[in-house]
Design a protein around this ligand. Structure first.
Ligand SMILES: Cc1ncc(COP(=O)(O)O)c(C=O)c1O
Length: 411
């Protein structure tokens, strides 16, 4: 079965606009377009009951119900209890809060391992925690020629003092999907907690937390067709060890424990639209309507991923012979569709501008994976690499235009 792209694109308001029809958008890793279901729920909230939720009046009740639906839908999508889930402002904020909350686990002499491949969001907070606690931050380094993490190198870093390992599910630069469960099998018998940054992975395959053996998993909904929120799932036995970061009188409400902000009511309510979107896409493609939401989501997500991989393979095949350095695996095997390149003779900025003139959106820079860039010897971090990040709503025609543009510009 193939993804019905006409149906998929009909679910995104952007493709109904003149500009949206002209533009081939390949900066999805910076934030995806929102689905119509999300936009509808957000505008419904703002138009009809945007007041403090849960007040004992007709408007407050409606606002509260809408927000509850946002929480519950996200929990259903992930097949987790609402008690395990924090909805914060962003992944950066959630990871930072999580690090602060680990201050009784990470004490003087403890060790925390972060990777050189990660976005700074999953490094900086841990570095600050270690500094404050007189603990030791260890860096799992990448192979400089490939940017890949090698499991044997992790084994050398592990000691009885290691308390937490933080790693990205897939790299926002080289696209490699890391073997989370293999890592878990190695470290969890030693009592080491595993914190996974799924921000780059989740837009390509909605995370299946039933299969992932991690203690905490984080991603952002503005990259998964929703509003600008960060979702963090922390398993109950880990949550219990953490110092609550909420108001003292909210500590018994588990989904508030690690929420350091007042919730964005309308934005959380609109998250229910992500569930509506996956459900509509599933129902359009599959006959069995009886499945729970997380199973529907996994099935349709696989179909979306297959489409993305097919169109991204075309790009991979057709740019290999251009004069450029290519970062990451050269086929779609073991990676997701974030493609990073650096031309030998043309700056990333001018390629980005050249593509934009042909209505192809790409992005250049270091993408906050600063340490990975340094490790891979990208010298001018201001110019950085050029990244083309795909979503399932991209079409083959857009990819062909992108390839034509690259061939014209990279000489
Ligand atoms: C891999 C990765 N982790 C974390 C983040 C930060 O996410 P947020 O913008 O929700 O803080 C990003 C953002 O691009 C990312 O790509």
């Amino acid at each position: 079965m193939q993804l019905d792209l006409d149906f998929i694109r009909s679910q995104f308001p952007i493709f109904q606009t003149e500009l949206g029809q002209k533009i081939g958008f390949f900066d999805n890793a910076g934030g995806s377009f929102p689905a119509i279901q999300v936009v509808n729920r957000l505008t419904d909230f703002y138009k009809n009951y945007k007041i403090q939720p849960y007040g004992p009046n007709a408007l407050g009740t409606k606002a509260g119900e809408a927000m509850d639906l946002g929480y519950h839908t996200m929990a259903k999508l992930l097949n987790v209890s609402i008690n395990e889930m924090t909805i914060g402002a962003s992944a950066t904020q959630n990871l930072n809060t999580l690090a602060i909350a680990c201050n009784s686990i990470v004490v003087k002499g403890s060790e925390v391992i972060v990777t050189e491949q990660d976005h700074e969001a999953n490094i900086g907070g841990w570095e600050r925690l270690c500094r404050q606690q007189n603990a030791i931050l260890k860096i799992w380094k990448v192979q400089t020629n490939t940017g890949e993490l090698v499991l044997e190198n992790l084994e050398k870093l592990l000691t009885p003092q290691t308390k937490i390992l933080c790693i990205t599910h897939s790299s926002n630069i080289i696209g490699t999907i890391n073997p989370i469960n293999k890592i878990a099998d190695l470290i969890r018998p030693m009592g080491i907690r595993l914190v996974v940054d799924g921000v780059s992975f989740a837009p390509h395959e909605f995370p299946n937390l039933d299969e992932l053996k991690c203690d905490a998993y984080v991603f952002s909904t503005y990259k998964t067709y929703g509003t600008h929120q960060g979702i963090m799932v922390v398993r109950p036995d880990f949550l219990e060890e953490l110092e609550p970061q909420c108001h003292f009188f909210n500590e018994s409400i588990l989904h508030k424990r690690l929420d350091t902000a007042g919730p964005n009511h309308a934005s959380i309510a609109a998250l229910a639209g992500i569930g509506d979107y996956f459900e509509a896409a599933y129902n359009h493609h599959f006959p069995n309507k009886e499945l729970p939401l997380h199973e529907k989501t996994r099935k349709i997500s696989c179909l979306m991923n297959a489409h993305e991989n097919k169109i991204c393979s075309y790009l991979l095949k057709n740019i290999q012979n251009l004069p450029l350095k290519f970062f990451g695996k050269k086929t779609m095997e073991g990676r997701e569709a974030n493609i990073s390149i650096k031309a030998d003779n043309v700056s990333s900025k001018s390629i980005m501008k050249g593509l934009a003139a042909d209505n192809i959106v790409s992005k250049q820079g270091h993408f906050y994976a600063y340490r990975l860039m340094q490790a891979m010897k990208v010298t001018n971090l201001n110019d950085g690499i050029l990244r083309l990040s795909f979503s399932h709503y991209n079409s083959m025609e857009e990819v062909e235009r992108c390839v034509d543009g690259l061939k014209k510009l990279i000489i």
